[in-house]
Design a protein around this ligand. Structure first.
Ligand code: NAI
Ligand code: MG
Length: 497
């Protein structure tokens, strides 16, 4: 956390205050301090939330630990039924949630925030319906022995989420933890806590106190003490690789299981037969341009076969220049603003780097306008650099902005080698009509999720997670919940006693 942000938080504002959820009650932090939440599209402070610290974390974790003793004994299908009710209500309130997401994150309502709010309901419903699948096995050790396993909840889960899709990730951690019989202390991202708190309000109306606690605060002040708390038995983190490493260290100190969903620099490989409009639409969607590229799965390295390099980039530039950037709450807007000043400056510094990189060709976009309506907020236009080399900084580091690099290739092996030459391995995209080539490439790429001929977002049901430094563990699916949010116990009975 920069000092600039911390100083900002001590300034008094007249913005409305939204409280956090501890032990079934809506509370301030123990020190009664607040932090501001800004609308990145116009830099106005829209609300203040509590600036939680150690003592608040401790209260929340103690509450979750008490609640666990009863919650773990609630029959799974009863827990699932509550999740289904919550899902219905999240769906009923999805428009208000969507507006809140758009206002605090800068993500456009039509293209991002509304689909996100709806998917959150879907996520809660998916896991709620799976409650009775928390099954164990019997082990055939012979007629004289009964040996079976149980899937038991782990205890208090510490969940930490980022700001880029706060409600869907919040819903995911809530659904997986609580369905499996754990209790949860969820730390919202300081930049996007409001819609998560609104969803928490819906949850709290259906859950016993302490089963879900939601804290607001800065990473080092509130996230770090949660990761370190001795009563937290499982950590589930989504965010940067840098912080992911700290979380894993904290987990190592107490030997608690950890799921990490971290960054990416995912490749899109386009074969010569795929030089068409559908591919271009898929590249735009895979790169998450309409979320300003702020996605862990963004396909931000575009590997184009030399024979179609200029032709496909020409089509891409045409479509990207037609995207409407501006007010996230306007129905006509395709693409909103970057989350905050720090990220905005970071993205700009990568663009600067690309502009100074000898050999790189700016195809579209560039540094953001300093005047006019877009200068009111943290807006960056879709930016594409062509003739990029895979070893340059703009091709290696996660930019987390609408900046795509296009890299030419000539043979398939070379394309795969470059795609895999990254410390990340979260997602990948392959475009070709040749099914053999497509599958061969998918199998050769070191990533947790490969899409062939599409570039959509995650759906509940498929185990999602990264290879290499993109993370460990899988979430989003039944198997993910079973493996990451329960622990197996074996019971062996001698029937001849
Ligand atoms: P971050 O990783 O710092 O923040 C994510 C969450 O972790 C927030 O709730 C934050 O408060 C918390 N956190 C921060 N420091 C912590 C600590 N020491 N202990 C415990 N919790 C802590 O991400 P940030 O700073 O917002 O973005 C930086 C970069 O991270 C982005 O440019 C992007 O590359 C990557 N990122 C990746 C995301 C993903 O979905 N995989 C999401 C957000 C960021
Ligand atoms: Mg950070």
């Amino acid at each position: 956390m920069t000092t600039a942000t911390k100083q900002q938080s001590t300034k008094a504002t007249s913005a409305p205050r939204t409280l956090m959820l501890i032990d079934g009650a809506w509370v301030e932090s123990a020190k009664a301090e607040f932090l501001p939440v800004e609308n990145p599209a116009n830099r106005q402070v829209i609300a203040e939330v509590p600036r939680g610290r150690d003592e608040d974390v401790d209260r929340a974790v103690q509450s979750a630990a008490r609640a666990f003793e009863k919650w773990k004994r609630v029959a799974p299908r009863e827990r699932g039924k509550l999740l289904l009710k919550i899902a219905d209500e999240v769906e009923a309130q999805s428009e208000a949630l969507a507006l809140l997401i758009a206002t605090e994150t800068g993500n456009a309502l039509r293209t991002q925030s509304r689909p996100e709010a709806k998917s959150a309901a879907d996520m809660l419903r998916y896991f709620g319906g799976l409650a009775s699948e928390l099954k164990g096995e019997t082990v055939p050790l012979g007629e004289q022995v009964l040996s079976y396993t149980r899937r038991e909840p782990i205890g208090v889960v510490g969940g930490i989420i980022p700001w880029n899709s706060p409600v869907i990730l919040g819903a995911l951690k809530i659904a997986m933890s609580i369905t499996a019989g754990n209790t949860l202390v969820l730390k919202a991202a300081e930049d996007a806590p409001l819609a998560v708190l609104m969803m928490a309000k819906i949850c709290a109306a259906h859950l016993p106190p302490g089963v879900l606690n939601v804290l607001t605060g800065y990473g080092e002040e509130c996230g770090a003490p949660l990761a370190r708390h001795p009563l937290v038995r499982k950590l589930s983190f989504t965010g940067s690789t840098e912080v992911g490493k700290l979380i894993m260290h904290a987990a190592a100190d107490r030997i608690v299981p950890v799921s990490l969903e971290l960054g990416g620099k995912s490749p899109i490989i386009v074969f010569p037969d795929a030089d068409n409009d559908k591919t271009v639409d898929g590249v735009i969607s895979g790169m998450r341009f309409t979320r300003q590229g702020q996605s862990c799965t963004a396909g931000s390295r575009l590997f184009l076969h030399r024979s179609i390099f200029d032709s496909l980039l020409g089509k891409l530039a045409d479509k990207l220049s037609a995207l409407k950037i501006g007010d996230p709450t306007d129905e006509a807007t395709d693409m909103g603003a970057i989350i905050n000043r720090k990220q905005f400056e970071r993205v700009c510094s990568y663009i600067e780097d690309g502009l100074h990189q000898q050999g790189a060709r700016l195809l579209l976009g560039g540094l953001p306008p300093r005047e006019g309506p877009l200068a009111q907020g943290y807006f960056v236009e879709p930016t594409v650099f062509a003739e990029v080399r895979n070893e340059w900084r703009i091709a290696r580091e996660e930019i987390f902005g609408p900046v795509l690099v296009a890299i030419p290739w000539e043979d398939e092996e070379e394309a795969v080698r470059m795609a895999n030459d990254s410390h990340y391995g979260l997602a990948a995209y392959v475009w070709t009509h040749d099914i053999g080539k497509g599958l061969r490439t998918a199998h050769a790429i070191e990533s947790g999720w490969i899409q062939i001929n599409q570039g959509i977002g995650q759906s509940p049901g498929h185990s999602y997670g990264g290879f290499k430094q993109s993370g460990i563990g899988r979430e989003f699916s039944l198997e993910g919940m079973l493996d990451s949010f329960t622990q197996r116990k074996s019971v062996t009975v001698n029937l001849e006693y």
